[in-house]
Design a protein around this ligand. Structure first.
Ligand code: ADP
Length: 309
């Protein structure tokens, strides 16, 4: 008699990999072209320490990784319950900050306990906005631990209001409220569920900056990110996704929109304009194929797809 083999459940490919290719590509979303780059970014081994008992209010899985959140944890870092699961790991925050190290002024719209702010402040002046005054107290304390407090200006309030009172900022970063640790249960994280509305937040940003970095869960749906471009009419239609990996474990995605995106996309945009003579309305599969051929003829290493999802 034949035995039935027990099959392990089929792993679904996260949307960022099922919808995009690695590297540079030109996509059509709602008949408009978007220059897209997808990169896998490797992280080093996680620094876990099991020797000390976790405080009762801190889940063990976060406690053992405390030095990956803040390498100077023992020098006086303070976190509240929310920050333990929402703060960005230090290595990721440093990699994000490196992408805009030449910026004079960076704004973090949902600054929390300061994981990202501290890394930005190593190179730039930083405006840290948060609606919760206690988070800003934690952030001030933590910035002192890293000796960057003199580079950080804290503004308490709702970013939708505070953002409207500010003038030109080189880079706006945000890790919007993901809705707690439950976000990863769904196959695809829904941007429409974010409070405050990410579309309104993007619209405030469009008046402030030409460079936006948004930090998202790993199950982000790229097509929803392309929809955000509608709120950013002054931005070039360029998006770069950095998918952070440690071994086989896929953590999170940073999404760069606007001028910060890889310089190759400039060339790609130019070729696109040449190939289409600026007319995108008829964009379809044939056009994508034509552009792909023209890119190849020019020795350009990029893929071009008609994006139908
Ligand atoms: P998560 O769901 O990822 O845990 P939180 O609800 O903790 O996110 O929010 C992330 C940070 O954003 C917190 O520090 C919170 O105080 C802050 N925040 C939430 N809403 C706003 C807002 N409208 N303006 C500015 N900061 C906000």
């Amino acid at each position: 008699m034949e035995r039935k083999r027990s099959r392990s459940p089929r792993r679904l490919v996260p949307p960022v990999f099922s919808q995009l290719n690695l590297g540079l590509q030109l996509l059509f979303h709602n008949s408009k072209p978007v220059c897209v780059v997808l990169k896998k970014i490797k992280l080093s081994e996680i620094h876990t320490v099991h020797s000390e008992q976790n405080p009762p209010e801190v889940p063990k899985k976060y406690w053992v990784q405390r030095y990956s959140l803040f390498s100077k944890f023992d020098e006086g870092i303070q976190l509240d319950t929310e920050s333990w699961y929402s703060v960005t790991q230090e290595e990721i925050a440093a990699k994000i900050a490196k992408t805009c190290e030449d910026a004079d002024l960076v704004l973090d719209a949902f600054a929390g306990a300061g994981g990202n702010v501290i890394q930005f402040a190593k190179n730039s002046s930083v405006i840290a906005v948060d609606i919760d005054p206690y988070k800003l107290e934690l952030l001030k304390n933590n910035s002192k631990v890293y000796q960057v407090e003199h580079k950080v200006q804290c503004l308490e309030g709702d970013f939708l209001e505070v953002g409207k009172t500010l003038e030109s900022i080189d880079v706006v970063f945000m890790s919007p409220p993901w809705g707690g640790p439950e976000y990863c249960r769904a196959y695809s994280f829904d941007l429409k569920g974010i409070t405050p509305s990410i579309y309104k937040v993007a619209s405030v940003c469009s008046e402030l900056t030409r460079n936006l970095i948004i930090y998202f869960p790993r199950n982000i749906n790229p097509s929803q990110v392309f929809e955000l471009l509608e709120e950013l009419p002054n931005f070039e239609r360029k998006v770069e996704f950095h998918a952070y990996y440690r071994g086989n474990k896929f953590y999170t995605v940073a999404c760069f929109i606007g001028d910060l995106v890889h310089p190759d996309t400039m060339q790609l945009s130019k070729l696109l304009i040449e190939s289409t003579q600026g007319k995108y309305q008829e964009s379809g599969l044939m056009q994508a194929l034509e552009i792909q051929t023209s890119l190849e003829q020019k020795g350009f290493n990029a893929t071009c797809e008609c994006y139908l999802k």
